[in-house]
Design a protein around this ligand. Structure first.
Ligand SMILES: [Ca+2]
Ligand SMILES: [Ca+2]
Ligand SMILES: [Ca+2]
Ligand SMILES: [Ca+2]
Length: 477
């Protein structure tokens, strides 16, 4: 490139005589300065400075992006914490008013201008649509109390894992057939002891012989209950799946370790244990207070309570007493066959999904379908206030068989909280378990962010474009 002439002060031409270039202030060979040296040095300096400026500008841009991401991440974190406070408030309100929440209260809830949160609920009916709301832990099989037979009926459960769960939680070191105690765990490459105590989280199952993420989570590796594109493309992208167009679930959504309740009636009074010898007079008083004296006497004689018959569940007492369903419903909540003050792991027949009800001893698919149909036909009625309602659906043997494993109460709820910053740059996901016995309190809080964003990619894309989710006509499911 031709450079334009530049006037340079030439001390050799004090007289102002034009030099060979025709410049008054031109370079002089006489002084030993070659033409353009200063110019070239200056250009280099300018070039280096420009380069430095570019490098600096780039690192400032990177730093700005990092800061923006950090701010978004902090926003998402704060939204998740706020969402937990919101969930606690909703639970308290529901407990006080008795009015159940709708799913709208947990879907794309805006938090100021900072972002949104969702409370995901696994949709066990469909693998195509996200569902929102709290999850009732009493509607699940409790890994700490379920029998081996019940565990075996869980979707995808193996005989080896069911037996090993029993050994993991029982306090002895006798190996159940197919199970494992210390002898197995201490020979692992990274050895550890068999717990010989109750599981504290559902994911603890992964430490047990025969367990795997495949069995626990199935194809739903982002735990959102729906079939995402990467869960239906075979080995094209993680996770591996069978690309059959349906979500093959693990047993994760059907199990819990949190369900427990006090052995008291709705008013908080201790129940009468009908297997106890001292119960006779208490039951008699209860019957006389509730019914006419003659009727109370008839029931006492028919039940065989005074001749110290044993009862496997209060439903057995019901059948023997020949009470009407309406009569028994009035006193059922006052009775128990357990001497324990807390009853862990009862399954709520009012909220459990089909797969969980199928785990109950002796129930077949037709029984479970009948239970579900009765339950939905009588939802929000007093019919469902005690476990006696199952006698309206099941035969005597089946109802009596499940009588001491079921409840109609729910005290523990879990919330799968997903928080997204307003610009869609960051998301956080947490699982919270809240125990509502007494003052509601959080008994579990763990990040699920590493499972990936469970929401539709369209939602994140919309936020990144600055499109608010509340825009009319925006379909984002
Ligand atoms: Ca054991
Ligand atoms: Ca999924
Ligand atoms: Ca895949
Ligand atoms: Ca599949």
């Amino acid at each position: 490139m031709a450079l334009p002439p530049v006037a340079t002060r030439d001390r050799g031409h004090e007289t102002g005589t034009p030099n060979a270039n025709g410049c008054v202030w031109g370079p002089s060979r006489a002084t030993g300065h070659p033409h353009g040296t200063v110019l070239i040095v200056t250009l280099w300096v300018v070039l280096v400075l420009a380069g430095l400026a570019l490098v600096f500008a780039r690192s400032v841009r990177v730093a700005a992006a990092v800061s923006a991401n950090h701010v978004a991440s902090l926003q998402a974190e704060c939204i998740a914490t706020g969402a937990l406070a919101y969930v606690m408030a909703r639970i308290t309100e529901t407990l006080e008013t008795g009015v159940a929440d709708t799913s709208d209260a947990y879907e794309a809830m805006p938090v100021g201008e900072e972002g949104y949160f969702w409370v995901l609920q696994s949709n066990l009916e469909s693998d195509q649509e996200l569902q929102f709301g709290l999850t009732d832990e009493a509607g699940k099989i409790n890994l700490n109390t379920a029998s081996e037979e019940m565990l075996l009926k869980l979707p995808g459960m193996t005989a080896e894992l069911a037996a090993s769960i029993i050994d993991w939680r029982d306090t002895d070191s006798d190996v159940t057939a197919g199970g494992a105690e210390d002898e197995y765990y201490l020979l692992l490459p990274t050895p550890y002891h068999c717990k010989n105590g109750p599981l504290e989280t559902v994911d603890e199952v992964l430490l047990i012989k025969g367990a795997s993420a495949d069995l626990l989570y199935g194809e739903d590796t982002n735990l959102n209950g729906i079939l995402d594109p990467q869960e239906n493309d075979g080995d094209l992208s993680d996770p591996p799946d069978n690309a059959d167009g349906r979500l093959d679930r693990g047993f994760y959504h059907y199990v819990t370790v949190y369900s427990t309740e006090s052995n008291v009636d709705a008013e908080g009074n201790s129940r009468i244990n009908i297997t106890d010898a001292s119960a006779v007079s208490q039951v008699q008083t209860l019957l006389e207070e509730t019914f006419k004296e003659d009727r109370a006497l008839e029931i006492m004689i028919a039940s065989g309570l005074s001749s110290s018959q044993s009862f496997s569940s209060i439903l057995q007492f019901y059948y023997r007493s020949r009470m009407t369903f309406e009569e028994f419903s009035q006193i059922a909540d006052r009775l128990t066959t357990s001497s324990e003050t807390t009853l862990p792991g009862l399954v709520s027949v009012n909220t459990a999904p089909k797969e969980v009800l199928l785990c109950l001893s002796g129930l077949e698919e037709a029984d479970v379908d009948a239970l579900l149909a009765y339950r939905s036909a009588h939802s929000d009625t007093e019919q469902l206030n005690t476990i006696a309602w199952v006698t309206e659906v099941l035969d005597q043997t089946k109802a009596t068989g499940i009588g001491s494993y079921i409840t109609v109460r729910s005290y523990q709820y879990s919330a799968d909280i997903v928080a997204l910053s307003a610009n869609g740059r960051a998301f956080k996901r947490y699982k919270a378990v809240i125990d509502t016995q007494g003052t509601p309190r959080v008994v579990y809080w763990r990040t699920l962010t590493h499972f990936g964003c469970p929401l539709d990619a369209q939602i994140v894309a919309a936020l990144r474009k600055g499109q608010p989710l509340t825009d009319a006509g925006f379909t984002w499911r």
